[in-house]
Design a protein around this ligand. Structure first.
Ligand SMILES: NC(=O)c1ccc[n+]([C@@H]2O[C@H](COP(=O)([O-])OP(=O)(O)OC[C@H]3O[C@@H](n4cnc5c(N)ncnc54)[C@H](OP(=O)(O)O)[C@@H]3O)[C@@H](O)[C@H]2O)c1
Length: 274
């Protein structure tokens, strides 16, 4: 019997690619998205790969809807063996530019959405004595970056939750991992929330940051490559907590882990707005 994987945020990008890659590895994939009317790209990709996916509606910020979705999957497929918390949204802005509603929305989607889903699948995984929870965080979940205060805050929170859970869940046979992409060529940048720049004292710095980011995204990893790493993490035969999707992401995250006084990261990211 194949494992049952539930993936969030599969209307586009890495979630779409990961859903197809997991189905290609023989898992039964429940591919969730806010609006199943937008499943066309996913269905096309699944058809091209010769695999099937079970598309279902899920907004990760809707707690009752999330519970109903997981209940439906358990009713129809018997259980959830693999959860991929992929749904997420970007946000550009430094502290003063961010209203609290925007910061809360980042936490709701990027952090609490994954927490909600994880809490819903854990009882079944614990009882079964096996399961995988894979959360797509970001290199921005390890390294703070200019004008990413709310986004990195939400992804740091998610890393902290998952890292804390990992050793406890492991005792019950549940492997908890984070996948940390750097720049990936998805709809992510187009969907990013941006501040208004009228008479803004940060406008020059933000323009420098945007230029630097455009450069980074010119060499972005493909969603197919990044999705394949997510699928590899979710099906790995040996446990590892931290995964990056590219050598560039590994180098960037490695900078932080070696940065005991914090200066290495600030030295590098200062040049982004020089
Ligand atoms: N692209 C990058 O450079 C990059 C780098 C590091 C980490 N990441 C992370 O990778 C993950 C996937 O992003 P992506 O690059 O593939 O971007 P993407 O193409 O914009 O995909 C994001 C997905 O999340 C979904 N989503 C947003 N809010 C949601 C909600 N409330 N409930 C359910 N789904 C929701 C979107 O669905 P809708 O169509 O309904 O909006 C979309 O399918 C995100 O967690 C992102 O933070 C991206």
């Amino acid at each position: 019997m194949s494992d049952i994987a539930l993936v969030t945020g599969t209307s586009s990008g890495m979630g779409l690619a990961a859903a197809v890659a997991l189905a290609g590895r023989g898992l039964t994939v429940v591919a969730t998205m806010r609006d199943p009317g937008r499943a066309g790209a996913l269905r096309d990709a699944a058809d091209q790969a010769g695999v099937a996916v079970d598309v279902r509606a899920l907004d990760v910020t809707d707690e009752a809807g999330a519970a109903a979705c997981v209940e439906g999957v358990v009713r129809d497929h018997g259980r959830v063996d693999v959860l991929v918390n992929n749904a997420g949204r970007g946000c550009v802005g430094t502290a003063e530019q961010l209203d609290l509603a925007t910061v809360r929305e980042q936490l709701e989607v990027n952090y609490l959405g994954a927490v909600t889903m994880t809490k819903l699948v854990l009882p079944g995984m614990r009882a079964a004595g096996r399961g995988r929870v894979v959360s797509v965080t970001s290199v921005g979940g390890v390294v703070g970056q200019p004008f990413a205060d709310a986004y990195c805050g939400s992804k740091f929170a998610l890393e902290g939750f998952m890292q804390s859970l990992a050793v406890v869940a492991e005792r019950f046979g549940v492997w908890v991992s984070v996948v940390e992409p750097a720049a990936v060529a998805s709809d992510f940048v187009a969907n990013v929330q941006r501040p208004s720049l009228d008479a803004d004292p940060y406008a020059t710095l933000l323009a420098a940051y945007v230029r630097r980011t455009e450069g980074a995204f010119a060499n972005a990893q493909s969603t197919l490559d990044a999705g394949a790493v997510i699928a590899a993490c979710a099906t790995a035969s040996e446990y590892r907590f931290r995964w990056q999707t590219s050598p560039g992401a590994t180098a960037f995250v490695g900078m932080f882990l070696a940065d005991l006084d914090g200066e290495r990261v600030l030295g590098a990211t200062r040049t982004w707005i020089a």
